[in-house]
Design a protein around this ligand. Structure first.
Ligand code: ADP
Ligand code: MG
Length: 244
């Protein structure tokens, strides 16, 4: 059951020459949901996320985000984005990085910066230079950067790739805490065990949504024991020209 609609895309397409990176995607995502965009490398996850932020212009189709037609610069204040590759400044401290990203998004609340750093348990490293942090700490810093302006929607592009299992579990506890407070999260991943933790999933392949539903629903629809098996069966249907 969808509560308030946070993101809606209609017949969204993005072509790069002959490549149809996003090829007709209709999404409806409500507030407080954790929605998993699940698909292999090259299936269009990053392109879809960048379209939703207005960082890419669609070839065709429309996007409404928090009541605004995208592109719209005002969206920056309401949305947090964690990119697939780290975007941190090595020669600034952790806190300076978080403050910088918050300001870029129009927020000047020092308390929110400290709150974001506390959420990822890095208070004691706030004044360390980023270049001195471990990989996991950088990843947590990137999340704090996406959070410090208190966005209502978080777009997290493969946030736990290259992260050890323990930190991954920690990240998911942060995500759940945020969702419980009403934040909507869209998390892309190519890892199926991660998909199990989302409220709802969209299976992506070759720029299309193959199927949507909870992990249990998707397995059930294909009589599959695992999500991986369900994905492969939906993909087979796609090969036969069938949709959803
Ligand atoms: P994913 O994030 O699921 O790995 P991407 O959205 O990055 O997938 O890529 C989807 C497809 O679009 C790929 O075939 C990729 O090579 C292509 N693509 C992405 N960005 C560009 C670009 N700027 N120019 C040309 N092709 C691109
Ligand atoms: Mg990607």
């Amino acid at each position: 059951m969808i509560s308030e609609l946070v993101l809606e895309t209609t017949e969204l397409q993005k072509h790069f020459g002959k490549i149809h990176a996003v090829d007709g995607v209709d999404l409806s995502i409500g507030s407080g949901e954790i929605y998993g965009l699940i698909g292999p490398n090259g299936s269009g996850k990053t392109t879809l996320i960048r379209l939703c932020l207005g960082l890419l212009h669609p070839t065709t189709g429309a996007i409404r985000l928090l009541g605004l037609n995208i592109p719209n610069k005002a969206i920056l204040a309401k949305v947090g984005y964690m990119t697939q590759a780290s975007a941190l400044y090595e020669e600034l401290t952790l806190r300076e990085n978080v403050a910088f990203f918050a300001e870029m998004c129009g927020s000047h609340e020092p308390a929110w910066i400290d709150e974001a750093i506390a959420l990822v348990d890095l208070q004691d490293r706030a004044h360390s230079f980023v270049r001195t942090l471990s990989g996991g700490m950088r990843q947590r810093t990137s999340l704090a950067c996406a959070l410090a302006h208190r966005p209502r929607l978080l777009l997290l592009d493969e946030p736990t790739v290259g992260v050890d299992p323990q930190l991954r579990a920690t990240f998911w506890s942060y995500f759940r805490r945020l969702a419980n407070s009403g934040v909507t999260l869209i998390v892309s991943s190519h890892v199926m065990d991660e998909a199990e933790r989302c409220d709802r999933l969209g299976f992506m392949r070759q720029g299309r949504l193959l199927a949507e539903g909870s992990s249990a629903e998707l397995r059930q629809r294909k009589g599959a024991n695992t999500l991986e098996e369900a994905f492969l069966k939906f993909a087979e249907d796609g090969n036969e020209g069938g949709q959803r």
